[in-house]
Design a protein around this ligand. Structure first.
Ligand code: PEP
Length: 238
């Protein structure tokens, strides 16, 4: 099965980076993994235009209200109108730096799905919560997905927060164990087989062993996705 190789540029790169990035992917991506690149919102239209037929385009965030006096926010329909078809919801930086709660993320998920966007919904525990990851992740899942009945446009990204941007990667044994727990939690609570991506310091030197795991349905990559060479090296490492 194709695995999802998702990139998160965060607040990096500019318009000038789009052309060489897309050109490199077009020339070098040989296998059939599903590529999704989540770019800053101001670049969505241009990226989606240039990346048509090469990779999918995603936003990193969108607001739950459809329109109105929410200065600085963008709605799911605005994302959709750019030609993008994915969005991240609940990235740990949104949860930690911008105070996004499970309740808000649930509303964002509903709003994005209503517009027909595919959602990569991020969950993960901080370092202090590592020993009780089961209760932390279960709460994020049960509250984040409350009321959802159609899961066909959703994948989850498990990203231990202590592994994001730190160079620390969870062991393959830990990734297997936690992914199995996440999948079991979705099965027990919602009756669905959820696809689960791993994220947290994935790079060309470790992606092969991570993507080889049956419990891993893809990866979400931050820092190593900024250069097309590294991103494609990861995509081709399985
Ligand atoms: C991320 O942004 O989701 C991420 C996993 O970042 P990094 O790969 O840099 O750890």
């Amino acid at each position: 099965m194709d695995k999802i190789i998702a990139a998160n540029w965060k607040m990096n790169n500019t318009f000038a980076d789009i052309k060489p990035f897309v050109k490199y992917i077009k020339k070098n991506q040989k296998n059939k993994n599903n590529l999704v690149v989540c770019v800053p919102s101001v670049m969505l239209s241009e990226f989606a235009k240039q990346a048509k037929g090469v990779c999918e385009t995603g936003a990193q965030n969108c607001y739950f209200e459809a329109k109105g006096a929410y200065t600085g926010e963008i709605s799911a329909s605005m994302v959709k109108s750019t030609g993008a078809n994915y969005t991240l919801v609940g990235h740990s930086e949104r949860r930690q730096l911008f105070g996004e709660t499970n309740e808000m993320l649930n509303k964002k998920l509903v709003a994005a799905l209503k517009e027909g966007l595919k959602v990569i919904f991020c969950i993960g525990e901080v370092l202090e919560e590592k020993s009780k990851y089961k209760s932390v992740l279960k709460k994020q899942i049960v509250e984040g997905f409350a009321g959802i009945t159609d899961f066909s446009n959703i994948v989850v990204a498990y990203e231990p927060v202590w592994a994001i941007g730190t160079g620390k990667v969870a062991t393959t044994a830990d990734i297997k164990k936690v992914h199995a727990f996440v999948k079991q939690t979705f099965k027990e609570n919602f009756g669905v087989d959820m696809l689960v991506l791993y994220g947290g310091s994935v790079k060309p030197s470790n992606s092969k062993e991570i993507l080889a795991l049956d419990e891993v349905d893809g990866v979400l990559i931050g820092g190593a996705s900024l250069k097309a060479e590294d991103y494609i090296a990861i995509a081709q490492s399985r």
